[in-house]
Design a protein around this ligand. Structure first.
Ligand SMILES: [Fe+2]
Length: 303
């Protein structure tokens, strides 16, 4: 089983008389090793009127924006097609979700507190089943996450999802975890070539150093971006047998390092999500991070 249900955590903390520090450490390690942590109910405040309001918004299918996204640092909403008043309310709901989740993660995963980089939040209003998206943007193909505009330099991508749908589960497919995945596919995907080609990255570093807005990507980031696309393109991998289906019921919340757990959303509508980057120095099990796995395989530093 690749997911763990957590029943004894309530909004604000563990039940009394439990060893909170040891538990937090334990769950950080479980996550870093590829487990999915699952809560049957949101372990933070999520007003019913907020989720009902989001669900009631008319949907606009856009090939430009896959989802409605919220950027906490600038309080910016993107991809919402409604009027100004609705946009203001949606932004307020996403702002509140983002801070509730951040507070929860900082308590539940205490070793990461004060070290987390809060990334974007998103609302996914469209039914995943049968979506018409370009191949590299398809959610129903197994992949590990990497962001073109936000290189992590070896930091990890932690995502918290909530299924807002009051009556329908969200169905995921997951695959073999990063160590087995990389062992099988990293070299065929071109790991050694990417690590060896330092020239382009040298130019990128130079441009970045003089203040030009260029994403300062490490070899690790270059590889992970490429690996995301490679896996989606790879029919043999997509059809392999080592997969597990997980259905997250209405109002479930789950946490997962999506850079280490191959995942695909097969069906489901109305999910909220908050992303964090956990810097390498905050991890409790650095040897399990994808960058460490890849560096062992190629024998070179990648960040
Ligand atoms: Fe993903």
């Amino acid at each position: 089983m690749s997911w763990i249900e957590i029943k004894d955590y309530r909004a604000g903390g563990w039940e009394p008389n439990t060893n909170a520090d040891a538990r937090s450490f334990h769950y950080c390690r479980q996550l870093e090793q590829g487990q999915i942590l699952f809560f049957p109910q949101p372990p933070f405040q999520l007003p019913l009127e907020d989720s009902s309001y989001l669900i009631s918004q008319p949907q606009t299918d856009s090939r430009l924006h896959k989802n409605i996204s919220y950027r906490p640092e600038t309080d910016l909403l993107r991809g919402f097609g409604g009027g100004r008043e609705d946009e203001k309310r949606v932004r307020g709901i996403m702002r509140s979700y983002s801070s509730q989740v951040t507070e929860f993660v900082s308590t539940f995963l205490a070793p990461y507190a004060n070290k987390l980089q809060r990334d974007y939040a998103s609302f996914r209003p469209l039914e995943e089943e049968g979506r018409d998206l370009p191949l590299h943007k398809r959610n129903d193909l197994l992949h590990v996450d990497a962001f073109p505009s936000r290189p992590t330099c070896g930091g990890r991508i932690l995502r918290v999802f909530t299924n807002l749908n009051p009556s329908k589960g969200r169905l995921w497919l997951t695959g073999q975890r990063f160590p087995a995945l990389a062992e099988r596919y990293a070299k065929p995907a071109g790991l050694e070539t990417i690590v060896a080609s330092g020239t382009r990255r040298g130019v990128m570093h130079a441009l970045h150093a003089v203040g030009l807005p260029v994403a300062d990507r490490s070899a690790y980031d270059e590889f992970m971006l490429h690996f995301h696309d490679y896996l989606k393109e790879n029919t043999e991998f997509q059809q392999s047998r080592d997969k597990e289906r997980i259905e997250f019921p209405p109002l479930a919340t789950w946490l997962v390092f999506t850079d280490g757990v191959p995942h695909a959303a097969l069906s489901g509508q109305y999910a909220m999500e908050q992303t964090f980057i956990v810097p390498a120095g905050a991890l409790v099990s650095r040897e399990d991070a994808p960058i460490a796995v890849l560096e062992r395989i190629c024998g070179r530093k990648m960040a």
